[in-house]
Structures are given as C-alpha cells and as structure tokens.
Design a protein around this ligand. Structure first.
Ligand code: NAD
Length: 524
C-alpha cells in the first residue's frame, strides 16, 4: 500500500499545489468567489469559485454528453473503476483525512469513519451492481405465449446535493451507486467542504472514470439548489428536514424522483439488563462523533431506573475524559464544530435548558481557548418538555439523559418525536433488544451499538421515517432508486383476445376458467 505524504502539522495548511488543481476541477468561476475558513482555527483555506447559471448549464451539458457513452459501457467495466477507486481512497487516506479535518474541524478518528464508509460502499456496489442491473425475465400474462423482459435504464444525470458534516461519505457514497448504474452525477457539495468532494472526483478520474461524467458545481444551496434541480433527472439530497421540504417541492414540480436523508433526534435506550460499562463507553461515540454533527448521533438517552446511577456515573466519567483538539493526527478524541451558527445553536439550547431547570452533568461550555467553535461534550439531566433541547435537533455535542421505569416507558418516550432516523437499544438479551427495536419508529435501530452496526452494513438500507426523510441509501434500494425499469412484453403465436369467430362472452368464460386454474396451481 502506498501511503501519501502527510500534508502539514497545522490544521489550516492545505498546500496550494493540492488545492488549486482541485478548484480547477469545479465547474465554477462565473459568480464571485467566497472565502472558506478552517473551523478549528479560523484561518483561510481558499477563495472558492462559485457557479453561475452558465456554469451549471455547462456542467449538466458535459455530464449528459459523457453519460451517453458511459451507459453503453459494460457494467463490469464500471465495476472495475469502482474497485480501483476503493483502493485509491484507502491508499491515499492521509491526504483526504487532512482535507476533511481542515474543512470540518472534526477529529481524525471521526474523519476516518468517512474513509471507512466510502470503502465499504465502493466494495459493496462493486460486488452487487451486475446482479442488480441484470435484465429480469418475469412470467408473462400467458405463460410461454407472453415473453416479458424487464430492463434497467439509468435516470440520466443525478444531482447529489450534500452537506458539510460528513463531506466525504455523503458526497461520495450516494454518487457511487448512481455512477455504476450508468448515470452521470452533478454534485453540489457544501461550500465549506467542497475540496473533499473535488478530491473524490479527481480520485475517481484517476481510477478510470471518464472525465466530465462526475461534475461539481459550487454555491450556496439557497442560491443554486433550484437551478441544479431544474436540470437534474433525479435528486439525492442530504440535509435538514426544513430544506428537504423545499427540495421535495422543486422535484415534485418537475415530476422527477428524489431521495431525502434528513435530520434526527435519536434515542438510545439502556434497558435494565444492559452491559452498563460497554453501553457507557460506546454511547460516547454514538453521541459525540463529529462533535454531534451527525444525523445518526444520539441526543436522548433513556436509562432504566435500576441502572440509572451506575450508567450516568460511568458515562459522565467517559465524557469528562474526552480530549478536545484540532491537530491533523489521532491525538484528540473530538474536534471543533464547523460553523458559528452551529456553536450558537448549541449554546442557545444549553442556556435555554439550564435557565428552565436542567442540570449540567458534564461540559456546558464553549472552549475559545482551543479554537473559535470548540464546545465541550455536554450531558444534561432534568430536561423537560418546554425546553428547546427536549424536542429540537441540536446537531451538536449535547445529550440529555432521562430516567425511565420500564421498557414500555422507554419505547413511548423514544417514539415521542416527529423524527425517525436512528435508535439504539442496550440489553444482554439480544432477542429482547430486537423486539424493543421493532417497536421504535426509526429507519435503523442498533442493538448494542450506536449507529455504526446499521450504517456500516452496506447491504442494508438506511434512511428515515417521519420527517427524517424519504427514500433510502445503501443496500439494493440505494442503487435501484437511480434507475428506471422498462418492461418489454412480446406476445407470441396467439393474441390476448378472442380467437376469430369466438364471442366476447365465451372469451370471458375461458379466461375466468384460466384465472381459477392458475390460482389453484398457485401460479403468480
Ligand atoms: P441545511 O438544510 O441548512 O443545509 C444542508 C445543505 O443543504 C447545505 O449544504 C445547504 O447549502 C444545502 N441547501 C440549503 N438550502 C438549499 C436549497 N434550497 N436547495 C438545495 N440545497 C440547499 O442543513 P444544515 O443544518 O446545514 O445540516 C445539518 C442537517 O442535515 C441536520 O438536520 C442533519 O440531521 C441533517 N443531515 C442528515 C443526514 C442524513 O443522512 N439523514 C446526514 C447529514 C446531515
């Protein structure tokens, strides 16, 4: 394995020799550039070119042109590119980990979760794409006489609009199945994390992806989102539930398909028989990955009364030991928040809760001594309805702990939300855990894990219920959403109509007999 050189010791320094070729890949420059700053220090990363309407037109035209040839390439050739891309991401991980850290402020361990996500998804779709995309031959209306084939056609150009919190995973892992299915992709990464997406495009081209097939346009979502959707054949969006509604309206207006991966207010349940030490340790990752700026992270913990004190004491001890920092190495456990508005939200949720009677068990303070957006991992107790943090997604390093008297009470509380993205259940009795899981309204539930068991199992779909989204990523669903089916039915020898001279009444009787026979033969 070739390991690329480390870029710099300082969290802000991305060399111009790395940045400029990436910026050159973007279809942008027609609108004024914006300055992008490194969250961990506030230092400038780049002046990021922005896309004008003409740039967006050009990106889609180029992508459309490239897609026509790409769709004709055998699936096995597309798969080979995915496999090479997988290897490049692992081999050059030091470079992409640096870029992700500099752009987001997250710790290296949390950035590595993204490398893992991309590797797992590249490998998965490389291994299943040929099967998922193969023609099917379903039974025809008249066996033997009606020959039916179902073919798969790529949608065309898929728009992937991705946020800043998991910039590699969310820009890439949804693009890969779209590409292998024969589509082109136009990505609109968040301005804050555009270099990560551009690095991925460059890496995919080095893996053999035809130039022009995967394009990136740059701009604020509110400025260019509508223009991207206006030209796309399908939209894959990840972000807040509020923006998801706008995307759905715009896609609905054009009658194109969409998939929305939105927010969460995820619950973690510690049942009376849980392995408390393990639960307390793993809950740390489940709550504070990427400083809680993870759609799947836990913001509510419900603990059975009989183990509450022990769990809280162990959990809080772990939280207090979390090491904050922004260095481009594995020396810190948790990094910075990514924006001023993120730390403002965190501050206001904590202040509101405390003013209304909540208790801070750990954290509760910004850490400007470390960088402009560092905030301590925070644990709240005595949180009640009426406090903002009770119901609203914080999307930061803040978790509230509640005492419950029974599994029933925990399940009811867990389901008292309009969201339904992810949940976690802790018990030594895994069948009990699965039974509880089945009663929680969430697109994924992890038993004795926080989020990685479900998220990392790429063969299983991932997505939200309620206002957490619609559509799925991962699994067969994560690829099939990017294709249309076409049914070609060929009628042979006899028509599906009365034979010459046969009355419609006799035809109806014959068909009635046929339907009854087929049912008794249990034919589909
Ligand atoms: P946001 O909706 O404000 O922004 C998310 C992204 O959408 C940004 O890149 C933004 O530029 C873009 N955007 C905004 N308006 C747009 C528009 N009209 N058209 C197109 N794009 C537009 O959300 P945020 O607060 O920046 O991101 C955090 C939210 O994203 C949280 O709610 C979090 O739970 C959610 N999220 C969900 C998942 C998931 O997989 N379910 C993953 C990550 C984040």
């Amino acid at each position: 394995m070739t390991t690329a050189r480390r870029l710099a010791a300082e969290p802000t320094a991305l060399p111009a020799t790395l940045v400029q070729p990436l910026l050159d890949l973007a279809v942008a420059g027609g609108a004024p550039a914006v300055e992008v700053l490194a969250p961990a220090t506030g230092a400038k990363i780049a002046d990021l070119p922005q896309s004008s309407t003409a740039d967006i037109d050009r990106a889609f035209a180029t992508a459309r042109e490239a897609q026509r040839a790409w769709a004709l390439r055998p699936v096995r050739e597309r798969i080979a590119i995915l496999r090479r891309f997988h290897d490049i991401v692992l081999d050059e991980q030091q470079t992409i980990l640096d870029i992700v850290q500099v752009e987001t402020g997250k710790s290296r361990a949390h950035a590595f979760d993204e490398v893992g996500d991309v590797a797992v998804n590249a490998r998965y779709y490389a291994s299943v794409a040929d099967k998922l995309l193969a023609d099917r031959k379903p039974r025809g209306v008249l066996p033997v006489l009606t020959r039916v084939e179902v073919r798969h056609r790529p949608k065309g150009v898929v728009a992937v609009i991705s946020p800043w919190n998991y910039p590699l995973a969310l820009a890439v892992s949804d693009a890969l199945p779209a590409l292998v299915a024969g589509n082109a992709v136009v990505s609109r990464p968040d301005n804050q994390t555009a270099l990560t997406a551009l690095w991925a495009i460059a890496a995919a081209e080095r893996a053999g992806l035809p130039s022009g097939l995967w394009q990136a346009v740059l701009g604020r979502g509110s400025a260019i989102g509508g223009e991207v959707i206006a030209r796309a054949d399908y939209v894959d969006y990840t972000g807040s539930s509020a923006t998801g509604r706008t995307i759905a309206q715009q896609a609905g207006e054009r009658l194109i398909g969409y998939s929305l991966e939105l927010g969460g207010k995820n619950p973690l349940l510690v049942l009376a028989d849980a392995d408390i030490s393990r639960a307390a340790r793993i809950a740390i990752r489940a709550c504070f990955a990427s400083a809680g700026q993870l759609c799947e992270s836990m913001e509510r913990i419900y603990v059975h009364d009989s183990v509450y004190d022990r769990f809280v004491s162990e959990f809080v001890e772990h939280v207090k030991a979390i090491k904050l920092g922004g260095a481009l190495d594995f020396s810190s456990d948790m990094g910075s928040l990514t924006f001023r508005r993120q730390i403002d939200t965190v501050r206001s949720h904590v202040e509101d809760a405390v003013a209304k009677g909540a208790t801070v068990l750990a954290g509760g303070r910004a850490r400007p001594d470390l960088g402009p957006y560092f905030y301590e991992p925070t644990v709240l107790a005595d949180v009640r309805p009426g406090m903002t943090v009770y119901r609203e997604e914080t999307f930061g390093p803040v978790v509230s702990i509640y005492r419950v008297g029974s599994d029933e009470e925990a399940i009811t509380a867990a389901n008292d939300t309009a969201y339904g993205l992810n949940a976690s259940v802790w018990t030594k009795d895994t069948s009990r855990g699965r039974a509880v899981a089945a009663r929680i309204n969430a697109g994924s539930v992890n038993v004795n894990e926080g989020f990685i068991a479900a998220w990392g199992s790429a063969d299983a779909p991932s997505g939200g219920l309620g206002i957490s989204g619609t559509g799925r990523r991962h699994g067969p669903e994560g690829l099939l959403k990017y294709i249309d089916t076409q049914t070609i039915a060929t009628q042979r020898v006899l028509p599906i109509a009365p034979l010459p001279g046969m009355s419609e009444e006799l035809w109806a009787k014959t068909m009635t007999l046929y339907f009854s026979v087929m049912k008794s033969l249990r034919q589909k």
